[in-house]
Design a protein around this ligand. Structure first.
Ligand code: ATP
Ligand code: MG
Length: 1018
């Protein structure tokens, strides 16, 4: 199943109820920026497919999906254009009117369209509202542009209207021009400024407005240009005050990139100013990351001959070794010098969002796009960009879907590089299987895509090297020394692999416990933590969630009162902040522990709470977190000391990989100057722990067989579906190159790989997902297999094969009597199947009857979702249903992901066309589940509900507001917002805005392209 997550592209903005936002419907006209300004809709706008109904500035770049699916807008652009071209005498002012008027035409049309679809109630309200507005506030579409209207306009649109004005009045300078000279000049400069290499194709793109013939402005080419430049200008409008120095710097950067690109192309030994990259990149690492020089190993690794030759590479270094920086430099080389797109795969949604935030500022400075693929965010296939290159940052699941879509559209070669962080995840269950499938497909279909994998915990590197056809680099470097200890009774032993039993006595723990305290804290956790806190920070990994809470509570019961004094005010602020997040409620345990600088951290917290707690811990307001393994991998939090409460995760004894990842959180470079770990061991576990610390890391094995429906079967299905391999023989060939193929003798002793494949294919045929015959004899192994529509829907929707038939039946049944009075029925269909098996509703009446518990469980969970959408308050819903708020949050995230999967599933089956419209909207509702006005802000990576509320209340109401915000002002206006966070929010917003503008631009370009095969033309 898709990973829990947040977010699809944003939906229509609700309306600011402003009256100016309504305009009478004008037939036959085109959306213009001005019209949008005037007519931003009120109320909960129609669904995303109606770009022109979202008339506000940020909606210019509204939902990608919506614009993409909206042929009507551009069809009408086309019509208008044709009409215009027929009438050569049409004057410029009329052209302007046409453009203004049609906006509302489309608006009306779309509303009508949706009156037949799911959002009846919303639509009615919208329409009534619209009529009211029309009565009360008629807006004449022909009215002249007033100064106040112009005040709000982005510079690019001003430029457009100024050009209109100039043309209509000969050489006369328009008032608009006078008032906005500065912006306009800037826009022109920006549009004209060469980007990167002067010899690239885009330099010659027709973006220059100083055309020789002014009449040309309204030929097909130039209307296209206007739309393009209007949107480009909008995206760039945030940097109105551009200085000469800045322009000069940009020119230098372009030049340097150009040299770097040429250097790389000529594969000369000269590595350019900074590993083939412009020296600006080095400055950016200094500025954004505080990195002055590279570690020696980082330099050596980047200079590897294999890397220069673009060979695949696996590199392995201890935790906190600085692996990310090397990957980032290689990524930038690919984006800037080789001009190819890059996919970066990270293990969790939160880490993806963190990375998007962190790299957006690089994207803005260096002119590439950063696109988020996590949860329900991401577009398949991605938009084909002609100029800027894209860095896709994805979770494992979304990375797989992205690669599928690129293979399907024959664009996989656009992907120059794939970077996989935490490569050891290949061995971890269904996610490992998905990662293996993704990499195997890339290796098989694109010989030019380079693969880089990194990890701190690899053992059987040989297998992985074979699988990835990769070179290997390793080093033991860790910038901050990590000292490992175990504690048995009151003695601390250093882990020492040179001694026989693996430990050497280090010291006795120094503490004086009363008998009461000894009972409450038999493992002496208080003694261990008070050696470091509050001056330094400490993480305690606990086996269970409950245990985290208990440890946190126990600690503050016995800690001295002095601990309360440390950063008292900030801790009170944190509690207040949590209260706001919980709409007045705050967890009683946190309320009790935070004054001592202590909190628990596990999946039972909401995303917002987790983020606040992490931030408070990072800045030292909290000095101790009692956490589960959720904080173990890849995170950069300060910890002088990491304590492992017990060598268990839930009931399972700790694995070496887990142990290494957990202790690796101590002593992070740049944050701590020292680090140590202490594993608390009971006498009975002593021998097991000796084995643990002395044993090598676990091997990484293919999960394709263990995870049958999400692994092997899913792979076979998509191989045929994507036409990567369509005969038994081809499938065999493919499978030999997987990690399973390499480890087959180890993993399946009874059956050969060929037999496994044969069984798998037969099973898919039986399930009705594939068609064709699998024959025993070799000479028949060339029979072609084809995918059925259900099979295609299943792999396109990333639906677990265990549920695809059930999902089909449920959707089919839904068609017979879909109840759309509320969204409950739809929610039922979007409730993830895999969440129903591990939940038993507290619902005695139904359980006493002999009903299908799977159905009842699903229905119960859909009630929870239904209440959530109504109340948009996780706290009250969790109380009402007696579930933990973390579980409710997880349910919501999973449902958003699953809804988008079901949407893609339905898109492939004609009979389910109606679900497309219904589920698009539902997915958005589930993704954000907040008051509609907050959704534009929550689209920005890492802005969660609480932050969005703060920003909204402070007047930052749209994406454009955020993109143009001054970080310093943000810090002053928003409580608990650090300068670094403010900068990241602004950068992410800028990146998103620019990405949306680019997307629209590409769409327009594509749609207005004159086909080369028009009948009757040669
Ligand atoms: N050359 C450098 N100089 C100073 N600090 C550095 C350098 N390289 C990396 N760092 C810092 O070291 C810290 C750890 O780096 P990073 O997150 O890349 O570790 P990692 O090897 O990925 O560890 P893990 O396996 O735990 O994820 C980061 O804060 C990073 O900014
Ligand atoms: Mg890392």
């Amino acid at each position: 199943m898709a990973e829990p997550s947040l977010a699809v592209r944003r939906k229509s903005r609700p309306g600011s109820v402003s009256k100016r936002s309504r305009a009478p419907v004008q037939p036959s006209a085109v959306c213009s920026p001005v019209a949008r300004k005037r007519m931003s809709s009120g109320g909960e706008g129609p669904p995303a497919e109606t770009p022109c109904s979202n008339e506000s500035e940020e909606d210019m770049f509204g939902d990608h999906d919506s614009f993409y699916g909206n042929d009507s807008l551009l069809a009408e652009v086309d019509d208008i254009e044709k009409k215009y071209l027929q009438d050569k005498n049409t004057n410029i002012k009329v052209a302007g009117e046409i453009i203004i008027g049609n906006q509302s035409g489309i608006h009306q049309k779309k509303q009508d369209h949706f009156s037949n679809s799911e959002n009846m109630v919303v639509f009615k309200a919208d329409k009534e509202d619209a009529f009211q507005m029309n009565d009360n506030d008629p807006v004449d579409s022909n009215q002249e542009l007033t100064e106040s209207t112009l005040d709000d306009l982005p510079s690019s649109q001003l430029l457009y209207f100024e050009k209109m004005g100039e043309l209509s009045s000969g050489s006369r300078t328009s008032p608009v021009s006078e008032r906005r000279n500065k912006c306009v000049n800037f826009s022109l400069d920006k549009i004209r400024s060469p980007s990167f290499c002067p010899d690239t194709e885009h330099r010659n793109r027709p973006t220059d407005f100083s055309s020789d013939s002014k009449c040309d402005l309204f030929k097909t080419e130039s209307l296209k240009d206007h739309l393009k430049s209007a949107m480009t200008g909008n995206a760039k409008a945030q940097t109105l005050q551009v200085s000469k120095t800045k322009q000069l710097k940009e020119a230098v950067l372009s030049e340097e990139i150009c040299v770097a690109r040429k250097t790389i192309e000529s594969s000369s030994v000269d590595i350019g100013p900074f590993y083939g990259l412009p020296s600006k990149v080095k400055d950016l690492f200094r500025q954004f990351r505080g990195i002055e020089t590279l570690y020696e190993w980082q330099h050596d690794c980047l200079m590897l001959e294999s890397l220069q030759q673009r060979k695949n590479l696996i590199y392995s270094l201890p935790t906190s070794g600085g692996k990310t920086l090397v990957a980032e430099i290689i990524i930038l080389q690919e984006l800037l010098c080789r001009q190819k797109d890059v996919l970066m795969i990270l293990p969790y949604v939160a880490i993806v969002q963190e990375k998007v935030r962190g790299l957006s500022s690089f994207g803005i400075e260096l002119d590439f796009l950063v696109e988020e693929y996590a949860g329900s965010k991401g577009r398949f296939p991605p938009i084909k960009r002609r100029i800027k290159k894209s860095l896709y940052i994805a979770t494992i699941e979304k990375g797989h879907a992205l690669v599928n879509s690129l293979i399907e559209t024959e664009r996989i070669d656009d992907l120059g590089l794939v970077v996989v962080d935490e490569l050891h995840m290949l061995g971890e269950g269904s996610r490992g299987a998905t990662l293996e499938i993704t990499l195997a497909k890339i290796l098989y279909t694109s010989k030019n895509t380079q693969i880089i994998g990194m990890s701190a915990t690899l053992n059987n590197v040989g297998d992985l090297q074979k699988f990835l056809q990769a070179e290997y680099y390793t080093n033991n470097f860790r910038p901050v020394e990590l000292k490992e200890y175990v504690k048995i009774r009151d003695s601390i032993y250093a882990v020492d692999s040179k001694t026989e039993n693996g430990f050497t006595f280090s010291r006795l723990l120094n503490f004086k416990y009363s008998s009461n305290l000894e009972k409450a804290d038999p493992d002496h956790i208080i003694a261990l933590v008070t050696e470091v806190i509050p001056k330094y920070s400490c993480l305690i990994f606990c086996p269970t969630k409950k245990n985290c809470e208990n440890v946190a509570s126990m600690l503050c019961k016995y800690l001295k009162k002095e601990f309360r004094a440390h950063r008292e005010k900030e801790k009170q602020d944190l509690i207040k902040n949590l209260e706001n997040i919980g709409n007045g409620s705050v967890c009683p345990i946190l309320k009790q522990t935070i004054p001592f600088g202590i909190a628990y951290h596990h999946s039972g917290l909401t995303n917002d709470e987790r983020k606040s707690i992490e931030e408070a811990y990072s800045t030292g307001v909290l000095c101790l977190l009692a956490c589960t393994a959720t904080l173990a991998a890849g995170v950069n939090l300060p910890a002088r000391r990491v304590i492992l409460r017990a060598p268990y995760v839930a009931n399972d004894f700790l694995k070496k990989n887990q142990y290494k990842q957990m202790i690796g959180r101590a002593g992070r470079a740049g944050i701590d100057s020292a680090g140590e770990s202490i594993l608390i061991v009971q006498e009975k576990d002593k021998h097991l722990v000796q084995d643990l610390v002395n044993s090598p890391l676990e091997n990484c094995y293919s999960s394709l067989l263990l995870e049958l429906t999400k692994g092997m079967q899913s792979l076979l299905l998509s191989l045929v579906g994507l036409k990567i391999a369509v005969t038994h023989e081809e499938v065999n060939n493919f499978m030999c190159s997987t990690l399973l193929g390499i480890q087959q003798q180890l993993l399946s002793k009874e059956k050969s790989l060929t037999e496994i494949i044969k069984d798998g294919l037969e099973n898919l045929i039986e399930k009705g997902l594939l068609k064709g015959r699998i024959c025993e004899k070799d000479h028949n192994s060339k029979c072609t297999l084809t995918i059925t529509p259900l099979g295609k829907a299943t792999y396109k929707g990333s639906i677990d094969l265990a549920y695809c038939n059930l999902l089909y039946r449920d959707l089919k049944k839904g068609l017979e009597g879909l109840i759309l009075e509320s969204n409950l029925h739809l929610l039922y269909l979007a409730t993830p199947y895999d969440m129903t098996s591990n939940y038993s509703p507290d619902w005695m009446i139904y359980l006493k009857q002999n009903v299908d518990s799977a159905v009842v469980n699903r229905l119960y969970l859909s009630f929870v979702l239904y209440t959530l959408l109504k109340e948009t308050n996780i706290w009250s819903v969790s109380e009402k249903f007696n579930m933990s708020r973390g579980y409710v949050q997880n349910l919501l995230n999973s449902a958003a992901s699953f809804a988008s999967c079901v949407l893609h599933f339905s898109e492939e089956l004609e009979e389910f066309w109606v679900y497309k419209a219904l589920l698009t909207e539902l997915t958005k509702k589930l993704t954000y589940c907040v008051k509609a006005e907050l959704t534009p802000l929550m689209e920005v990576a890492g802005v969660l509900e609480a932050r969005a509320k703060q920003l909204y209340n402070a007047g930052y109401k749209t994406l454009a507001h955020l993109a143009n915000a001054n970080p310093e002002t943000l810090v002053k206006m928003i409580e608990h917002l650090s300068r670094r966070q403010a900068k990241q929010i602004v950068s992410s917003a800028k990146m998103l805005l620019s990405e949306k503008a680019e997307a629209l631009q590409e769409e327009v370009e594509e749609l207005l392209k004159v086909p080369t095969d028009i009948p009757g033309t040669c």
